[in-house]
Design a protein around this ligand. Sequence first.
Ligand SMILES: Nc1ncnc2c1ncn2[C@@H]1O[C@H](COP(=O)(O)OP(=O)(O)OP(=O)(O)O)[C@@H](O)[C@H]1O
Ligand SMILES: [Mg+2]
Length: 482
Amino acid sequence: MARHSILTQIARSATAMVVLFAVIWTAGAVVWLYSNSVFGLDRHADLEVRELAAALAPLVWNLDDQSIQALVNTKAEDPELVSIDVQESSGGKRWTNGRPTGPETTKRVAPILVDGRAIGTISLGLSLEPRLAEMVNQIAVLIASQFLLLGIVLLSLTFSWRRVVSRLQAMVHSVDRFTRDQHDSRMPVVGDDELSRLALGFNAMAARIQKNTLTMEREIAERTEKLMEAEKLALVGSLVAGVAHEINTPVGNSITITSWLAARAKEIEESLRNGEVTPEDLRSFLADTESSLGIVQSGLGRTSELIQGFKVIGASQVVDERRLLWMSPFLNEVVSSLAPTLKPYPHRVSVDCPVDFVVENHAGALFQIVTNLVLNAHLHAFPPDGAGNIVVQSEVAPDDREAFLLSVRDDGTGMDPGIQEKIFEPFFTTSRTRGGTGLGLSIVASLVNTLGGTIEVHSRLGQGSVFDLRLPLVAPDQPSAH
Ligand SMILES: Nc1ncnc2c1ncn2[C@@H]1O[C@H](COP(=O)(O)OP(=O)(O)OP(=O)(O)O)[C@@H](O)[C@H]1O
Ligand SMILES: [Mg+2]
């Protein structure tokens, strides 16, 4: 239920309206009733004193003591009359009565006339109190009926609102479902009122959004597929361009050298035919041949190396079966296999992994990944004679029980951000002169991708580097390049 329900708001304003109306109505009624009472009392007093003066005239003339007192007593019964006083002028006789039902509000004095001559006076005192008491009763009834009216208004409001609320709740439920991506959610349409029109409007809008979302999803899927195709093509293109560029130099050198050697051989052959060859010429020819073949051999060696690396990337390299792998002995085995390469150097390579930690994965691919990363740290992170630490670490991902972390960390030179950006690109190397092909990390990235994992590098100049891998504990059934 909403905190400020519409029913409460409507009930509040209806109550305020009814109360305001009641206050104005009651105030008006009080003013009207009061003035009516005051005027009424005045009129009553005038009439009464005139009538009494007329009725008393013959009685006072005859000094009919008994009748005068009887009339005075009868009049004193009037609840509004608080005093009645009849006075005879010649003898000074008086007849009085009255009961004080409240303070005297108005007084009337009139002469008692016989043939135009005053033979006495009559004075009447009247009180407004009885009229006011009646007025209070009338106002009380008025207020009670207004309360009754308010009650009836609120009750009928609640009853009719219940029906509206249940429809509104159904509509809110439909909107909730819609916002939770259930785009087939529609509002119930009942009758032909404002709510039904709202529901119809919502349903039309929802149908449109559903249609547009489906179209958009389809378009996004198509475009993503196209983009991925384009990306793949671009990658293949850059790989081919890279290979062509890398191979061009050694192959070009070999062609130049072999052409030159062929020309030299021709020269020697001609000299031989003419009998002009000296032992010195032959010796020089053989020396040229040897050095040329050396250059050609290293060029072809380099070419073959590049092609091997290229083939590795292309084939995505996961050739071995998936199996249970106890990571601690496995990683120690990888490090031991590198010992011959690393032994002459003062670096220390250690493994940090729980002894009972098992994954189900491809040992061959993991072997190649760890080897490449450790050799990279060994080759690029430390100066030839500088000592350092390389740590290979692995454990279950603390935030995901279906993944594990594998990292290779060194405390060597680190890399600047410009280099970090490029290290996974095929053929990017900072040690071409030392025989680096720049394919090591692209092979690693490609293998990680094939195993369904991710790789990140974190590094700072002078503070070492760490390669963080996150891989599924159970490798995908059929590894494939993503
Ligand atoms: N641990 C590291 N410390 C510093 N630099 C590194 C580290 N690992 C990689 N690099 C940088 O990344 C570059 C690319 O590495 P990658 O393994 O792809 O090629 P490479 O080692 O130069 O050549 P290859 O592996 O083919 O012999 C390296 O040339 C080096 O500059
Ligand atoms: Mg390398």
